[in-house]
Design a protein around this ligand. Structure first.
Ligand code: AMP
Ligand code: MG
Length: 511
């Protein structure tokens, strides 16, 4: 096939600049390819011709079956702290970076495969992926994107025609993933462990050119870069908390430099609000529980600081001091982002969530006191929902009805509606006084608080059907969660909490 058939031109900057951090590799042949889903809106956003890309010759390129011009596929090397324990060599065991795509608007994106066969990093793994988990990554990623949360996104899922051995035999699939990059904390840990200062510096320079070109010329570029990563990740985890997202496997190799959510393995959305919520079957001690996520992220960012230390200062004590100060910014960044979002969720702000990026500098005493009251409301709501076992998503959504003057729906979510009434007394004093203003405020809340998130039982139902060959429930779920703020008749099932007597939901790694 000639290069003219290739619907995109990929760059290979990672491969050119970062010798030592990858192995050139090729995707395994796919015996009987069947396109399960193609993300036409994402293709459009990337400036790609979706029809050409989804055609058989286009898919050949997209699946690494015929290499795109210029770029050689690579398996990236990385290390990582998994459940707190350091693994010096993880890397893409079943994944490949095909290359980097320029979108015509000055941004570059990784085109990446998952499930494309064993690589030299595969260790004991088979290099494959199953249809269910790859469609899961597709739908959760699209839901996150629709919620406005930074995320990698799936461009396509293709069934391979193979059967792969998991808990029984399952149909195999390859996921095509688009990401701002696949640089992770673990990439830096791996580079630092090579004890090659030039390699670490090249990696940092590469990351700065890709994600933070503004810091290239400043006084302490590597420290400024680190602070940017801290800020992005603080904002990201705050957004997870707002929607009740539990990532489930927040290892340092699953924590990006870009600030995008990555690797939807054992993740799930929390239904009944509880900081102790854990879904992953292997997370026995709840390390990655919902309420632990901000602390874990800070811990992961400390590992990044350790890797970057030699770039912060030649003097180690100085470098540690700088790193500590920079990491210290995480707490404030997180709490600021979290409370800003919570105020919007509770209808205490006139604008939508995340509208203002920075805390206001000068406040009057009266403003400060009102703001402290609002913070206290935000802080108390988690305890209220936990003790009352209230559905996280529905509570915030139905609170808008209470702003409109109808308390019945939100009170009905409480075992003891009196507990809501008691909390709501303070909350009501902070709502607008006129009916018109309250109506507008409720509208803003409806654009802030989703009605549809990928609920666990619906996700499982859709994936089980897809695995058996019926994609209709998957498409229906996708339709609901990609317009998460528009309540629509007929979609009630996607807004319904799991029944009280449902067994605890469990998710699995090793997908
Ligand atoms: P993950 O939990 O998906 O982030 O993966 C953690 C590590 O395990 C990465 O190095 C993956 O490449 C590797 N891995 C996961 N599943 C497989 C598999 N089936 N074959 C080879 N490597 C795998
Ligand atoms: Mg991973």
């Amino acid at each position: 096939m000639s290069d003219a058939a290739c619907p995109f031109d990929l760059e290979d900057r990672f491969a050119r600049e970062l010798e030592g951090l990858f192995v050139p590799w090729h995707a395994e042949p796919i015996p009987a390819r069947r396109l399960l889903i193609f993300n036409a809106p994402l293709a459009r956003a990337l400036g790609l011709d979706g029809d050409r890309l989804a055609s058989p010759p286009g898919l050949d390129f997209l699946l690494g079956q015929s290499p795109a011009p210029r770029a050689t596929p690579i398996a990236m090397a990385y290390a990582g702290h998994q459940f707190g324990n350091y693994s010096p060599r993880l890397g893409d065991g079943r994944a490949l970076l095909l290359g980097e795509l320029a979108d015509g608007r000055g941004r570059r994106w990784d085109v990446h495969l998952k499930g494309s066969g064993r690589t030299p990093f595969a260790r004991g793994g088979d290099g494959k992926a199953a249809v269910g988990p790859m469609l899961r990554e597709y739908v959760i990623g699209e839901a996150m994107h629709a919620l406005g949360i930074p995320t990698t996104r799936a461009l396509a899922v293709v069934a391979t025609g193979e059967s792969i051995a998991r808990d029984g035999m399952l149909p195999g699939a390859v996921l095509v993933r688009i990401a701002a990059s696949h640089l992770r904390i673990g990439t830096f840990e791996y580079a630092a462990a090579q004890r090659d200062p030039a390699l670490l510096r090249r990696l940092a320079d590469h990351a700065i050119a890709r994600h933070d070109p503004e810091v290239a010329g400043v006084d302490q570029p590597y420290l400024a870069f680190y602070e940017r990563v801290v800020a992005r990740q603080a904002e990201l985890v705050a957004r997870w908390m707002h929607v009740g997202f539990v990532h489930g496997v927040m290892n340092t190799d699953n924590t990006t430099i870009s600030g995008e959510t990555i690797d939807y393995g054992p993740c799930a959305f929390m239904e009944r609000h509880d900081p102790a919520t854990v879904f992953s079957s292997i997370d026995e001690r709840g390390r990655y529980a919902y309420g632990n996520q901000p602390g874990i992220l800070q811990w992961n960012l400390a590992r990044l600081a350790e890797a970057l230390l030699p770039l912060f200062d030649a003097d180690e004590a100085q470098a540690v001091e700088r790193a500590t100060a920079a990491l210290g910014g995480f707490r404030d960044r997180f709490f600021d982002a979290h409370r800003r979002g919570m105020r919007a969720k509770l209808g205490l702000e006139s604008g939508a969530a995340h509208a203002s990026a920075e805390p206001s500098a000068a406040r009057s005493d009266a403003e400060a006191a009102r703001s402290d009251e609002a913070d206290a409301l935000c802080d108390s709501v988690s305890e209220l929902l936990t003790t009352q076992r209230v559905d996280h998503t529905l509570f915030f959504r139905r609170l808008a009805d209470a702003v409109r003057g109808d308390d019945a729906k939100v009170r009905a979510l409480f075992a003891d509606p009196g507990a809501f009434d008691a909390w709501a007394t303070g909350w009501r004093t902070r709502l607008p006084t006129t009916e018109d203003e309250r109506r507008l405020r409720a509208e803003v809340m409806d654009r802030t608080n989703p009605i549809y998130v990928p609920r666990n039982l619906e996700v499982e139902r859709a994936l089980a059907a897809a695995t058996a060959g019926d994609l209709a429930p998957f498409h229906a779920l996708l339709e609901a969660v990609t317009r998460p703020f528009d309540e629509r008749p007929g979609l009630e099932a996607y807004a319904r909490p799991a029944p009280d007597d449902a067994p605890p939901y469990r998710t699995f790694c090793g997908t």
